[in-house]
Every structure is written in structure tokens, then in C-alpha cells.
Write a protein that binds this ligand. Sequence first.
Ligand SMILES: Nc1ncnc2c1ncn2[C@@H]1O[C@H](COP(=O)(O)OP(=O)(O)OP(=O)(O)O)[C@@H](O)[C@H]1O
Length: 631
Amino acid sequence: MPDEEDDIFSDEREDIEKPMSRLLGKYARRYPKPVCIALAANMVSPLLGLAPAWLLALAIDGLFTESTPYRLPLVPVEMLPETTPGKMLLTVGLFVSVYLLTTILTWLGSWGWAVFAENVQHDLRTDVYDKMQGLGMEFYSDRQTGELMSVLSSDVNRLEGFLNGWLGQLLNILVQVVGISAIMLGTNWQLALVALLPAPLLTLVSYFFVKKVRPMYREARGTFGDLASRLENNLSGIQVVKSFTNEPFESTRVEGASQKHMDARWGARRWGIRFGPLLTLINGLGFALVFLVGGWWVLFGPPLEMFSGTVTVGTVVMFLQYTRQIQGPMTQAGQLLNNFERVKASAERVFVLFDYPVSIPEDPDANELTDVDGTVEFDDVSFSYPDGEEALTDVSFTVDAGETVGLVGPTGSGKSTLMKLLLRFYDVSEGEVAVDGIDVRDVTLRSLRASIGYVSQEPFLFTGTIRENIAYGLNVTDDEIQSATERANAHGFITDLEDGYDTEVGQRGDRLSGGQRQRIAIARVLLRDPEILILDEATSHVDNETEVLIQQSLNELTADRTTFSIAHRLSTVREADRILVLEDGEIVERGPHEELLSTNGLYANLWRVQVGELGSLPETFLEEAAARDRA
Ligand SMILES: Nc1ncnc2c1ncn2[C@@H]1O[C@H](COP(=O)(O)OP(=O)(O)OP(=O)(O)O)[C@@H](O)[C@H]1O
């Protein structure tokens, strides 16, 4: 299981208290029946496991050597069979009953834990996802998707493994160890101490073994990652390798990476090779010791002066059986304890997420934004990203319902940030953003975002069919979908595809061209009919011909809607009612295209760049552009 994810939330994890009790407290009570059944089975089953060795001793001493009378605890003598065959058959019957009962209990235990663990895994996964989904955008911008996925997959899976086996195994071990120790101590405490001597050693050895090899396996996984990416890189870049005739160079590099991986693995394997025989040795020595002391006692009396009393053959055989029986649980205990640390870390990460503060809180009295006209107002808005510099400074403007506003400015000037504030992905640091005169913080997030449509330069399509992507959660008819695709200029190319609307778009829509994806994204927004629209460089990645098609769809989309169009290609906002020009988070110019050209400022210079009049650019513009690039 990958451990690379161990770093995520490493600081926050320290604040999580008692994650395991929280986990069990939160989820175990949801499934009382399977948990109680499994617990009961895990208590009784190991107790039954103690019976065979005891029955064996009873048979040896009471039947075979007849050194002690045949007696069963709590059963009156007159109820026992009188003849030896009768006693023999009773013993066999008891053996069979014990194994039958153990089988049923093992089945019940496995069933109970499996039901519990599978359900909790499902609950945990959906709970963690729901919580994650509700967190603010700053949470996502600070973290890699892969890291977050690891919490949803590796951590949740590891907790499932823990709930499935760990508790049951621990209980099993405890009951077995306590039961075996109690029977042995009760039968002959002196011989019991001899038999129990190696047990803690087994736990210690296995605990330290796992502790020792885990980082080695982690390192081995790291070196495998390096090796795999080298191989992947070389094979995909084989054309470059060949054209540079660099095969020997690459062979050496692959050999180096492979050698590193082999060394790392060998480090871990070496310990594994030592560990198994060491355990066998400790087990064997323990067994021999019990045989020596017990056998001596039977044959010649107490082997040491401090020992007293007599020991029967049955007792020695029982002790030998128990010595073997206790070895497994003691070894497992060390491994379980060690695994517990990792499981705890997983639970901590899950609870870091559960406790993560929601940065965009919804006012409990928030109203629904209904019958939206589409007026948008930024009133003296300043904003800084968490841990960032000020991205917007004193921005004020009002957009009337139905107006189209172009947002232009050099890269990093704050255009996207402005729109993120309108969508309330972040809250303003100062000032107010209002829709229809209502502060966006006073309305529900759902109704606010439902009134805004967003088409980005890289429209994201989900794995699934074209139809699913356009409907995207809405319960709509095929006619409604077709009407949207016709207006988005997409119906034609969709019906030309072999599977039409049922065409699978592939991962992120990679089976479609950029222009096709763009038009599907436009149809998706058209279907929702939002009052406000944000177009983020919607035509930047397509050729001129496709741009014309998309532009037609966009005209359909923007008609009668308040539209913000973020553009680097100024031709796309030329027709806008108004253009806001941003520089370093401030609006430095505003007005329609022609007016801005005549003021001969930043916009006019950006326009000259677009139309290729580089010679007429003032020196200061080039200097500023270079400075911005460096920043
Ligand atoms: N998630 C973020 N966390 C911290 N700072 C950010 C974040 N997103 C953007 N910024 C910073 O805020 C400033 C404005 O960025 P923004 O993305 O709004 O610019 P933009 O004008 O849309 O740029 P572009 O045209 O390149 O998309 C930049 O300095 C950028 O580095």
C-alpha cells in the first residue's frame, strides 16, 4: 500500500485527538447488530479453541494411561459413561462438537466484521467526499488532486482493513493468550511460566521486524516509481532516443535506476529472510524447553528445587499443544500493534478532513436568489488569497442586466479572481459583491451559483456519454437537449458521430476535439439558462474556422444575459458594451472598444500587439511587460 500520501495533513494531524475512538464511536453504533455478533463470536471462538488440547490431556490421562480418573468439569460422575469405549466415543463427540461450533462462530465473526467494515468503508468514503466537496477553493488550490484521492482511497481502504480484521484479531489474540495462560497457570503455574517464557519475545521480534522493514519497503516503492517513470519516459520518447543514437546512454540510466531499486528491495528482503527462521528458532526452543522440563518432571520428578508436585503425561502434551497455539497470536500481536500506527495515521487524516473549517460559510438565514435580473455590482472590492498578496484593490463597477462586459488585462492582473468572487468561491477581504442589489453572502450558495453559467477555456467533460454531459444532473428530455445543442451549433457534429448522443466522450472528453468539447460545454450551460454568464477565454484553443462556429453559439448564449467575457484575444470582446481593463488588480481603464483605443492607454497598446503593430508600441509598455513577466 502506498505510503507517499503519509505527508498530507502532517501538521494538522497533531491536533486530532483519539481518532480511533472517534471512528468507532461515529460508525460502530450505526451497525450494532453485526458488531455485537462479531464481538461475541470473537470472544467465544478462541475459548473453544482451547478445548481440543484440554480434551487431549483428558483422554491421555483418563483413558490411555489412566493416571487420573476420567472427569468432566460441572458434569456429575454418574452421568458419564462407565465403559472405556463409551468414554472414548464421548471424547470424540466433544471434539467434533467443538470444531463444529468453532466453524459456526468463525463464520459469524467473519460475516459480522465484513458487513460492518464494508458498510463503514462506504459511509466513510461518501462522508469524506461530501465534506471535501463542500470545502472552499483554497483547500483545492493548496493541494494536489492525487493527495486528496489518497485519502479517499488508500486511507479509507486501510480503515476498512482495520475494521474488518484488526478488532476481531486483537480480541481473538487477547482471549487466546489470556485463556491459555489461565489454564496453564491454573494447571501447573511453574511449568506455565516456563512455557510462557518465549511468548513476549515473539511479540517484540515481530514488532521490531515490521518497524524495521516498513521504511525499507517504502524506499523500494520510491525507487520503483523512479524506475517506472524512467522506463515510461524512454519508451514514449523513443524517437528522440533513436534520433540522438543515445541507446547506450539510456541503457546505462535504466540500469542505474534498476540497480537502485534492486538494492532497496534486497535491503528489505534480507530482513524478511532472517525474520522467518528466527521466529521458527524461538518457537522451536520454547517447544523443546517445555518438553525438557515437562518430560523430566514426568520421568524423574521436579527438575528444579523450586518446583514441586507431580505432572502427568496428559498435562505435558496439553502444555506442548498450548505452547504451539500461543505462538501464532503472539507473533501476530507484534504485527498488529505496528500496523495500528499506520491505521491511526489514516484515521487522523480522515478526521482532519471532517474537522476542516468551511471557509465559505452559508448564513443560516440566507435567502434563495430568485427571479434574477442579472445586475452585478462590485463595490470597493479588495481581495487577497489566503497566504497571498493582494490580488484586487478597490474595484468598483456596476453591470446592468443583459449587458456584455469584456475583462481584459495582462496575465495575473486579476480577471479570473474577479469572477471567482462573483461565484463566491472566495469571500471579499473588503467591500461587497452584489447580484440584483443583494450581497452574495446573504443568499444561498446554491441559488447564487445556479444563476451563473460558466464556460471556461478548457471545458471539463466528465467520463460518460455526450447526452450525460449535457444534461449533467438535470432531468431533461431528449428534445430539450437537442434544442440546446442546436443553439450551441453542436447538434450537427453529434449526429455525425457513430453513436450520436450516446458517444462516450472518454476521460475528460479526450475523444472529442477542443472545439467540440467547447460547444458541448456551451449546450450544457444553455440548458440551464442562467441569467449571468462567465466566458473564460472560451475560444482560445480553436482554429479560426471553429472559432466562427463557436462565436455563433456564444452569440446565442449571451443574448439577453449579463455576460462577463474574459479575453486575451481582444477581438472577442470588441463588440462588448463595455470593457474593463485590469492591471495589477486594479481597473485602470473602462469603456467601449473605440473609446479605449482613442485614450491611447494600456488597452490601445494591447490592441496594437494583437493587430501586429509592434513598431508603434511605446518603450514603457515593453519594459512593463518584461517586468510583469519576471514577476
Ligand atoms: N489560488 C490562488 N492562490 C494564490 N494566489 C492566486 C491564486 N490564483 C491566482 N492567484 C494570484 O492572483 C493574481 C491574479 O490572478 P488571476 O488568475 O485572477 O489573473 P488573471 O488576470 O485571470 O490571469 P490570466 O490571464 O493569466 O488567467 C495573480 O498574482 C495570481 O498569481
